[in-house]
Design a protein around this ligand. Structure first.
Ligand SMILES: [Zn+2]
Length: 449
């Protein structure tokens, strides 16, 4: 393996150039910019750099780039990544142009460097390096690179259903991963699910003079009352059945939680808050972050909120809510339960529009892929990684992996200050090189598990 690590180090300039070239394409799915160009570039890169059999799989949106490299065993490892990025606004807050791929003080600053092109190129480079040093791969490798992750992966489930055989694997390396502030690599074993809904409530057919409030019902009040009843002061969701499918953390999970580092004081200071929800601290705080489902108000809209006073009785009120879900909650069931709850409380008139429903997903810490990633990380970085039983964020992992019986593990080249989705998105070049080595090691190790 030392030979392979050395090859990666000696050829890092080339791999960095591959990444810089990809980051120069502003592939913003939300604005349909550069999407054809980037999909073709990823297709070409896979073909040129890894000799993969490649295809563009059409969807109802942007295509999925699929590549397969045959190995010497019948074991298969897949990589899920995405070639789209978030919009770069607000551009004036960037220190470097977002699509120039400048390297400053050992950091590549570019939109997409951490989320998610750095991870994609690290995986391509790992396969390339392995082939240069040892010839054939010991496992089959499949690349699944979608173009709609940043707009909620609307066509990924359909893609997975239609191509179940094509994407079948013994394990999948998920798209993202970070180094913590303490320098330790984070390996995460799942994602929360999501039930994202908009609730809307209508009153009169037009905004009215607010003198009418004496006799005409205000939809903003109705919505506030409905919202008020959804959660109690201790943050507990009041929808009957909401918690019935929640799996309790296992003893192993408790151990992983105890090993996690969460900088409470720094976080409070950074966010200018003086307490966490329910005043939790220590292991309880970490447990709540990772294993608690949530009900969150993303935004409320109604009436007049501009400068000065305007007396108005609004005709409509809307709220966007996200419920982050944990295994084994079912987003479709949660929406049904919400409907029933509103009906039972006299809010039959409040409409629910689902805007994104995703299942939670987890991989067992004792799964061979999880063990392989942990062991590869240790080998490359010479320290224990932090293992997150589940990431507090959400992604379409269930649809692509667990639904087909494929375990999935996240590990990648980002850092705690990578500024994903924000100005000055960046990765450390050293982390990128380490990330290539980790994937190369996983390729070797996973073949033997
Ligand atoms: Zn993202």
């Amino acid at each position: 393996m030392k030979e392979l690590y050395q090859y990666i180090e000696e050829n890092q300039e080339q791999y960095i150039t591959w990444l810089q070239d990809l980051c120069k394409i502003p592939s913003v799915a939300a604005q349909n910019r550069g999407m054809t160009e980037v999909a073709n570039k990823v297709l070409d890169d896979l073909k040129q750099q890894t000799q993969a059999d490649v295809q563009l799989v059409e969807t109802d949106g942007f295509p999925v780039v699929f590549g397969e490299v045959k190995g010497t065993s019948d074991r298969t490892l897949s990589f899920y990544n995405h070639y789209d990025v978030q919009p770069e606004d607000p551009i004036e807050l960037w220190d470097e142009p977002p699509f120039a791929s400048h390297i400053v003080d050992g950091k590549l600053i570019a939109r997409g460097s951490a989320d998610n092109k750095g991870n994609l190129v690290a995986r391509i480079a790992a396969v390339h390096a392995y082939q240069q040093v040892y010839g054939e791969l010991p496992v089959n490798v499949k690349f699944i690179v979608e173009g709609e992750e940043e707009i909620g992966s609307p066509n990924l489930e359909g893609f997975a259903d239609e191509n179940a055989e094509l994407i079948q694997a013994d394990g999948c390396i998920w798209e993202f991963g970070y180094k913590n502030a303490d320098g330790r690599q984070q390996v995460s074993l799942g994602v929360k699910g999501m039930a994202y809904v908009e609730l809307s409530c209508k009153g009169a057919n037009t905004d009215l003079h607010s003198a009418n409030a004496a006799v005409v019902e205000n939809p903003a009040w109705r919505l506030v009352w409905a919202l008020q009843s959804l959660k109690d002061a201790s943050n507990r969701v009041q929808i009957p059945g909401f918690y019935e499918d929640v799996l309790a953390p296992t003893a192993k999970d408790d151990q992983l939680i105890a090993d996690l580092i969460y900088s409470e004081e720094e976080t409070k200071e950074q966010l200018a808050i003086d307490r966490f929800v329910n005043d939790v601290t220590g292991d309880e705080l970490k447990k709540q972050l990772i294993f608690s489902p949530t009900a969150n108000i993303c935004g409320i809209e109604s009436g007049y909120t501009g400068e000065g006073a305007k007396t108005v009785l609004p005709s409509e009120a809307k709220v966007k809510l996200d419920f982050r879900l944990v295994p084994n909650q079912d987003p479709y069931k949660i929406v049904e339960q919400l409907r029933k709850y509103l009906d039972d409380h006299g809010y039959e008139d409040i409409e629910i529009t689902p805007m994104g429903l995703e299942y939670p997903a987890r991989t067992d810490p004792d799964d061979p892929l999880a063990q392989s990633v942990v062991s590869a990380t240790k080998d490359v970085m010479e320290m224990e990684p932090t293992v997150m039983p589940m990431s507090p964020g959400t992604g379409p992992m269930y649809e692509l992996c667990q639904k087909l019986g494929i375990p999935a593990v996240s590990v990648g080249v980002g850092n705690f200050a990578s500024n994903n989705h924000a100005p000055n998105e960046n990765i450390n070049i050293d982390d990128f090189v380490d990330g290539i080595k980790v994937i190369a090691k996983v390729i070797e190790d996973f073949a033997e598990r």
